[in-house]
Design a protein around this ligand. Structure first.
Ligand SMILES: C[S@@+](CC[C@H](N)C(=O)[O-])C[C@H]1O[C@@H](n2cnc3c(N)ncnc32)[C@H](O)[C@@H]1O
Length: 257
């Protein structure tokens, strides 16, 4: 069910996704710097979105295949990156790609959205060459930014108002266990952060409507949504300037030879 919801949501958001603040682009660049693939590396960007990781990998001279379940994302990534090897509509759980065909599979903010991460991991193992690397990002904590604790606290506070089966697309993921159970070895992780200047409260609110949190906001009953927005704007009104602090955790593992 989540796969259908994810496809519909991200297809609807494709024209604005990562356009309002360069949130995913910034994390994608840091992620690719951490992986540091050499020129010519065969990269699969799984759940590529608008190409945060694709763009960073192409800039390093990699040969990139991007796949996503949302047609709007694939149309835009093809148009934005004509140098891409392939951009194809595909479900991460069932990859229409040959065995042993990639040196690196990367997934930015995708694995925790999947219905069956273990099934996707089996497909990733299949398409990776022995000794190839799988790496993914998930949202993570940010240091020294107490002024932003209100944002996740609000999401927790309003969660009980959302009808069962609606709202967030993400699920809890034990990343280390997920990688180890799927048979990846030599596991590594690192934490990264961004500080993004935000011109005004409207920009921040519109950013929240332009990515996965839109599913949560749209699932709030009308009066709760009005209150949620008012509470966000009230907190932002105390900040001058507004500088959004956000964190992510990067994981990697190697496919055994
Ligand atoms: C939060 S966005 C991340 C996009 C991009 N990786 C980035 O870092 O900006 C999640 C993306 O995963 C895609 N996605 C979600 N479930 C998927 C699935 N089962 N198969 C393929 N793509 C999927 C969505 O369409 C969306 O583009």
């Amino acid at each position: 069910m989540t796969a259908a919801r994810a496809t519909a949501l991200f297809d609807q958001l494709a024209s604005v996704y990562d356009e309002i603040l360069p949130f995913f682009t910034g994390f994608g660049q840091q992620h690719m710097e951490w992986l540091a693939p050499v020129h010519g590396t065969r990269v699969l960007d799984l759940g590529a979105g608008r190409g945060a990781l694709t763009g960073a990998a192409l800039a390093r001279g990699c040969r990139v295949t991007a796949v996503d379940c949302a047609p709007g994302m694939i149309e835009r990534i093809s148009a934005q990156y004509p140098e891409i090897h392939e951009a194809r509509l595909m479900d991460a759980h069932q990859l229409d790609l040959p065995d042993n065909s990639f040196d690196l599979v990367c997934a930015g903010f995708v694995v925790h959205l999947l219905d069956d991460p273990a099934a996707a991991a089996r497909e990733i193992r299949r398409v990776l060459t022995p000794g190839g690397v799988f790496s993914f990002s998930v949202p993570g904590p940010v240091e020294d930014a107490p002024e932003w604790e209100f944002y996740s606290a609000l999401f927790r506070e309003f969660q009980p108002l959302i009808p069962a089966g609606e709202g967030r697309l993400s699920r809890p993921l034990d990343a280390e266990r997920f990688l180890a159970t799927a048979g990846f070895t030599g596991l590594g992780r690192t934490a990264i952060e961004q500080r993004l200047p935000v011109p005004d409260a409207d920009t921040f609110w519109n950013w929240g409507l332009s990515h996965g949190s839109r599913a949560y906001i749209d699932a709030l009953p009308a009066d709760a949504r009005t209150e949620f927005e008012a509470r966000v704007r009230a907190e932002l009104s105390t900040m001058d300037p507004i500088v959004f602090a956000a964190g992510a955790c990067l994981w990697r593992g190697t496919s055994p030879a």
